[in-house]
Design a protein around this ligand. Structure first.
Ligand code: PEP
Ligand code: MG
Length: 588
């Protein structure tokens, strides 16, 4: 008898990177198998212990979340199983045992954890009491979860064929290290739109969905699936009808995209002749091909942390100079703005920390790290300065909270300039130096900061999270992360006003710059530049070409009188729809 095919199943999540992908599923390793083992040196012991604590903490967080989720839908005590799992981790003896194993074995934390758990499980399996023996399953389950939370190399679990990856979570470094030719798209149970993982997925053009319920537990490797990165649907075992629908939608979207590309040689100027510079955000130099194809007017944000930290070993001053010089040459005559190291938060730390930070987004991040490590910082500053002899380069500093930080940066820039001059090394003495405005305190003293710099670049991803106190990577509070919050809109206006008073320009380089519903408002608030991912250049150009600046100004004035995010969003969205409804339809 012929087997009936499994029924189509649809999961819903938050779309974070557009595109449609078809392929077999690969669920990131689930088994309780031995992790890789490697030797560590004495000075790596604190780091391994910190990794252990972080994996335990993350597991506890997931278990609480699972329990809450189950409690919300079930009235019995089904959620208690996760509480029991959590209790395994809460046993202080367990962590101590693993730490002792790290001290004695001098091996990586996940392997020591694995070894301790194996011994424990062996002992439990020998227990005569069937109830207690049963509990080994719980211990296995929680152990498996902890092992996953060490976020071991995704390489180890990624298969050789093209696939749609389904995982609990993916870190920014997994996203960049995954083999793009094999990865058709990914879905995760955790994550959010403004995490760096999502930003990278968009930069790399990988369709992606986050916050997808129990996808890891409820899908199986090799099941056929369709990932809809527009609406956030993930369809496993799609019917013939669903597949046909998505094939035709995919063709339509690709056609619309090609039509947009026809506009690429047009200046990004509104119908009433107001020019907005349209530049690109990049994380890797190899994205420059796309930047040129889409005719960006330069690079508005080069996030150097991926290149500086992902390789495992910091590039030398010479290597940095080569990369920045190549950027300068290839984007010339336009400017390339190089942002100095912005480590911490959800990105890699600049160096192993002896203890994990309780609040990484409020911790040792951005310019704080650079100012604490002046030798490393000056290497980067000198490299940028040297590159400025090869093309137009600017530099900007992340995570500025006030004037003294910017003065400290400027003093180091002057020191580096003097040293290069002394050595007879050419550089541009008029290089533009800017401050990222992404912390509310910087907005409030923007008048003072403006006296010290040549431009502002508003980092809305962070500005929103710090203004409305919503962690940008926490899906649970994602609905409170509103770019149209009146306080955010006022912050942007305060920044552009302060810049205008000082005669300097303002750009926006956060993800908001590519939000087509908000383009009318941003233009009206007086920003001079929008810097977006290379794949977002074409739609944003089309939006700018369709808008009327004086109308946008009126809209912004009105928006500044409104009290809620929803009202402001609706106002801007309806103006966007009347100026370019086709674009919105094709693009979203
Ligand atoms: C921002 O915060 O908006 C920004 C552009 O920087 P990042 O996303 O790298 O923090
Ligand atoms: Mg930022």
């Amino acid at each position: 008898m012929a087997k009936t095919p499994p029924e189509e199943r649809v999961f819903h999540g938050t779309p974070v990177s557009r595109g449609i992908a078809f392929g077999p599923v690969h669920v990131a390793a689930r088994g309780f198998s031995a992790p890789d083992v490697y030797e560590i040196t004495l000075d790596q012991i604190p780091l391994e212990k910190a990794r252990l604590t972080a994996a335990f903490d993350e597991t506890r967080r997931q278990l609480t979340e699972l329990k809450d989720r189950i409690d919300a839908v079930a009235d019995g005590d089904e959620g208690l199983v996760f509480e029991a799992h959590g209790m395994v981790l809460d046993d202080p003896g367990l962590q101590r045992k693993v730490e002792k194993a790290i001290d004695e074995r001098k091996q990586n934390a996940e392997f020591c954890f694995y070894a301790v758990m194996q011994t424990f499980l062996e002992a439990m399996r020998r227990i005569v009491d069937p109830y207690l023996r049963e509990r080994t399953i719980d211990i296995e389950d929680v152990s498996q979860r902890v092992l996953k939370n060490f976020q071991a190399d995704m390489d180890a679990v990624v298969p050789d064929h093209q696939h749609l990856l389904v995982a609990y979570d993916i870190t920014p470094s997994d996203t960049v290290s995954i083999d793009r030719s094999k990865l058709l798209g990914f879905v995760t149970e955790g994550g959010s739109v403004n995490s760096h993982t999502a930003i990278l997925a968009r930069a790399l053009g990988i369709p992606a969905i986050v916050g997808l319920g129990n996808a890891v537990l409820e899908t199986t490797t090799l099941a056929p699936a369709i990932l809809d990165g527009y609406t956030g649907k993930f369809i496993v075992y799609p019917s013939g009808e669903t597949t046909a629908y998505y094939q035709s939608l995919d063709a339509k979207k690709k056609e619309a995209r090609q039509a947009l590309e026809q506009l690429r040689d047009q200046e990004s100027t509104t119908v009433d002749g107001h020019h907005i510079t349209l530049s690109a955000n990049i994380e890797f130099i190899h994205e420059l091909g796309l930047v040129h194809e889409n005719r960006a007017e330069g690079v508005g944000l080069f996030r150097t942390e991926f290149f500086l930290l992902e390789a495992g070993k910091a590039p030398s001053e010479k290597e940095q100079t080569e990369v920045y010089s190549e950027l300068a040459k290839r984007t010339s005559p336009h400017i390339s703005i190089i942002r100095t190291l912005d480590s911490g938060g959800d990105k890699l730390s600049a160096e192993p920390l002896t203890e994990p930070e309780p609040n990484p987004f409020l911790g040792w991040r951005g310019i704080r790290v650079s100012l604490d490590r002046p030798d490393f910082f000056k290497e980067q500053l000198r490299s940028i300065l040297r590159a400025s002899a090869h093309g137009k380069v600017g530099m900007m500093f992340p995570f500025i909270s006030g004037v003294s930080e910017i003065r400290a940066c400027q003093s180091l820039v002057r020191e580096c300039m003097a040293a290069l001059k002394e050595a007879g090394t050419p550089f541009d003495p008029d290089i533009q130096v800017g401050a990222m405005i992404e912390i509310p305190s910087a907005v409030l003293v923007a008048d003072e900061i403006a006296k010290e710099v040549d431009f502002f670049s508003i980092g809305t991803n962070d500005l929103i999270q710090y203004t409305v106190a919503v962690d940008r990577i926490n899906n649970r509070v994602a609905k409170l992360y509103r770019s149209s919050h009146p306080s955010v809109v006022r912050m942007i206006k305060m920044t552009t006003d302060a810049a205008k008073r000082a005669g300097i320009w303002t750009g926006v380089c956060g993800e908001l710059a590519a939000d087509l519903s908000m383009t009318p408002l941003l233009v009206g608030l007086g920003v001079d530049e929008l810097s977006v991912g290379p794949r977002e250049l074409a739609p944003v150009r089309k939006a700018l070409l369709s808008l009327d600046f004086s109308e946008c100004q009126k809209l912004a004035e009105k928006a500044l009188t409104l009290a809620t995010s929803a009202e402001i969003y609706d106002l801007s969205r309806s103006s966007a729809k009347s100026a370019y409804s086709d674009l919105i339809e094709d693009w979203e």
